[in-house]
Design a protein around this ligand. Structure first.
Ligand SMILES: Cc1cc2nc3c(=O)[nH]c(=O)nc-3n(C[C@H](O)[C@H](O)[C@H](O)COP(=O)(O)OP(=O)(O)OC[C@H]3O[C@@H](n4cnc5c(N)ncnc54)[C@H](O)[C@@H]3O)c2cc1C
Length: 449
């Protein structure tokens, strides 16, 4: 083994992670790296890794953590090479074009250095965790383990300040020192641990419905496109260097349509597709052609966008990680980055506090406040100001065009609400206990400021 784990004086933990999306496997890798003696079990309710989903980006501290885990090259290899984004009018004419964001911070453009399909991202994280464990096993470490169990979920938990008695869907029972809920935006772990009152307050809709699907490739270039339609409709297309084009349809802040979609959402798939088709039929641009593709696609996914804001990230020995604890919505582009930050901070605090797991969970909760404050912020202050009328759209388009012509891109981005943030205002903690090389990068970054 390389450097001996610095937390080796403490008792190793028996840890259950619920959910093998982005956060679960990353946390498994960081924790294994910190102390290979931990016994880690990861349960995923799907029968394989769930590799569905559209393009995700990795930014700011997420890139540094991925580098520290040794998986950045694999992520680079999976990039879709999107070259920028254009705002188009209803004839498809480009009004403004923005290039690629530098990956060191949250950034301004939609397109980032690390744009990766969710399935590829999840695969890299999963393989990273497996490779980490294998490296350790190959070096002769015979304590600790990492086990993935698919087609398995938790049916019951008895939580206390000392540990959690868990019953699985397989009927098996086991006692864990810590349960990590990494089961996504609709987390069952969150609902069952914190109860309906906290759940009702924590799950906060941002008043937007979205539909995603893919059609055969549409454009010659690798740019993303955004089109503002009337009546709260917004369309985005993304192709990168792939043979398919991702279509994103949004219903922005519009109470009537929003309520309708809430009802439709619960209906059979064909009804849901029909409702989106009716809504977008007269939206302009190439929407009719995009809707043709909707008839045959088999990867259609629709959801109400919501953020998760928890008053506390843990209760007893159950702790929330990633979207389960702090889903920021795809509008921030920070979901994956936050799941890496959360994994790093949680593992760091566990390593630092040794046997005092309660203190580690409290420190995790406190240390996540600042990154959550910054990265859950919706660009442009939210979706409330989305123009809806024909005149509003026209003014927005003219504004975008004028500012772009004058090369006032930052001002233009502010005007259309895309500015997500400047250089991170968060000092990422350094955990030498994690045996990762992110500390060097943190200090280099500080020197640049
Ligand atoms: C199928 C899918 C498609 C997505 N598409 C997009 C997208 O297009 N754009 C975007 O910005 N974000 C998308 N997301 C969300 C995105 O992956 C997250 O915002 C982010 O990467 C943080 O990851 P996470 O691990 O916290 O959550 P997720 O990536 O959502 O992973 C949660 C995992 O937990 C599993 N799970 C859920 N409930 C249970 C349970 N009870 N027991 C065991 N396992 C459970 C899920 O199957 C999933 O594998 C998608 C998520 C999923 C699951």
């Amino acid at each position: 083994m390389g450097a001996p784990p610095q937390s080796s004086n403490s008792t190793p933990l028996n840890v259950l992670i619920v959910g093998a999306g982005c956060a679960g496997p990353v946390f498994a890798q960081v924790l294994t790296k910190a102390d290979p003696r931990h016994k880690i079990t990861l349960v995923e309710r799907h029968h394989t890794l769930r590799t569905g989903g559209q393009q995700l980006d990795l930014k700011a501290e997420g890139v540094r953590i991925a580098k520290g885990l040794g998986i950045l090259d694999a992520l680079k290899g999976a990039c879709v090479h999107e070259t920028g984004m254009r705002f188009v009018d209803n004839k498809g004419k480009s009004l403004m074009r923005l290039g690629i964001n530098d990956s060191s911070h949250q950034g301004n453009s939609l397109t980032n250095e690390y744009e990766i399909m969710r399935g590829d991202m999840v695969q890299v994280f999963y393989e990273g965790s497996i490779a980490e464990r294998k490296r350790i096993d190959d070096q002769g470490e015979n304590e600790g383990s990492l086990t993935y169990k698919f087609d398995t979920t938790v049916t019951e938990m008895e939580n206390s300040d000392e540990g959690v008695a868990v019953t699985f869907s397989t009927g098996q029972k086991e006692y864990y020192d810590l349960v990590v809920g990494a089961d996504g935006q609709g987390s069952r772990t969150r609902r069952t641990t914190f109860g309906p009152d906290i759940e009702a307050k924590a799950f906060q809709s941002i008043g937007v419905h979205a539909a995603y699907y893919e059609i055969p490739r549409e454009f010659d270039d690798n740019d993303a496109r955004i089109y503002f339609g009337t009546d709260s409709r917004m369309v985005m297309t993304r192709s990168g260097d792939r043979s398919k084009t991702q279509i994103y349809l949004f219903v922005m802040n519009n109470k009537e349509r929003h309520e309708k979609m809430r009802v439709v959402q619960k209906q059979p798939l064909e009804q849901v597709k029909k409702a989106w088709t009716e809504m977008y039929d007269d939206a302009g641009w190439d929407c009719r052609r995009f809707l043709d593709g909707l008839k045959t696609t088999n990867d259609f996914y629709t959801t109400e966008l919501a953020q998760v804001h928890m008053p506390k990230l843990y209760s007893g020995r159950v702790v929330l990680l990633g979207d389960a604890g702090y889903c920021p919505t795809p509008f921030t582009g920070m979901g994956t980055t936050l799941s890496l930050i959360g994994s790093y901070v949680l593992a760091g605090e566990l390593a630092r506090h040794g046997d005092d797991v309660g203190a580690a969970l409290q420190a995790y909760h406190e240390n996540m406040r600042q990154p959550l404050k910054i990265y859950q912020k919706l660009p442009g202050g939210g979706t409330k100001f989305y123009p809806s009328s024909k005149l509003g759209i026209k003014i927005a388009n003219v504004l975008v065009w004028v500012l772009s012509s004058l090369q006032l891109h930052r001002l233009a981005q502010w005007a259309i609400g895309m500015v997500g943030g400047n250089k991170s205002e968060w000092d990422m903690p350094v955990y030498p206990e994690l045996n990762m090389n992110v500390d060097k990068e943190v200090s280099e970054d500080k020197k640049k400021q």
